[in-house]
Design a protein around this ligand. Sequence first.
Ligand code: HGY
Ligand code: MN
Ligand code: MN
Length: 400
Amino acid sequence: MWRDLQPLGRDQRSGGYRRYAWTSADADCRAWFRAQAESRGLHCELDRNGNQWAWLGDPSAGRAVVTGSHLDSVPDGGAFDGPLGVVSAFAALDELRSRGAELTRPLGIVNFGDEEGARFGLACVGSRLTAGALTREQAFALRDGDGLTLPAAMEAAGHDPEAIGPAPERLARIDAFVELHVEQGRALDLSGDPVGLASAIWPHGRWRYDFHGEANHAGTTRLVDRRDPMLGYAETVLAARREAELAGAVATFGKIAVEPNGVNAIPSLVRGWLDSRAPDQDTLDTVVGAVQAAAREHADRHGLRLDVVRESFTPVVDFADSLRDELGRLLAPDGAPPVPVLGTGAGHDAGILSGRIPTAMLFVRNPTGVSHSPAEHAGEDDCLAGVRALADVLEGLACT
Ligand code: HGY
Ligand code: MN
Ligand code: MN
């Protein structure tokens, strides 16, 4: 499965992935998912929001157990973030079959569309639409960097955007969703465990900062006459780091767009995107508020106009104790050492759905903790331990 998936959407120069929603790379990954499902005799369907579901048994019977993750990536993302959960889902089904496990419930494997929000800026679009956490109006207003709207991109990829919307009836048929994901941190590496369980997801969001200045000649304009938005942006980047350090949070300006982006032109506009996350909402509010106040101060000093727009936000997720504890029992039977339970600053579809259905997450050790990078890696033994753990969980949830 890895060999077939590995080359899809991979950038030859960086070795990273560019599997953005509704692009040809996304279509290739969807074709891979369909082929894996059909080769196992699963019924594969595409839902109104562009998520793919592969079913063993009839989902309309209800009480389904679902596992899976996403196949899209951040720009130059790694091979494991998302795909490990989907590949492990198919491999865990193979493992269940090799054990002769008898399913007593429908079993679903899902590929949630547009989890990273790399193209349209909002995380978890497929699961948010399904959960009713994103309205049709909000979805239709999303645009990519070329100004193409989400519905236009869906249409170009052959998916009817008029169909999008909440799917409560689909969620009502699911008793549990378990997402396996490569850990995006080093907790399991430090504890020496191949697999862990998620306790919570930090609240986190994305804010777009538009610093408007005055285009001018880089060589002839006196410094005192400049209204250079790059200065306001640069000082805000440093303020974000300082405020995050002070508050025990994290903050990054990871994306920037400059107009006109000429080496000898003072920009008219510098657009920067802030990603900030914190252990709790109050801390996040403090950091985000302090960064915005600093930005306004810097903008005023440099004679800039500043607009700040929140483009994505996910509140804190506390996974259901009951399901997590049940997974803990299934993974550590008869007094075996408990599987570690860890929080994360990374968002996931399981987090979006946790407000609607019981969800849980399994993490697989990432020896360096590096993610959202071509260097992201998980060892084969740990990936196989993850498959066995997922199979144990699915057997315990869906075969009793
Ligand atoms: O940004 C995140 O936390 C996730 O990778 N979407
Ligand atoms: Mn990710
Ligand atoms: Mn992910």
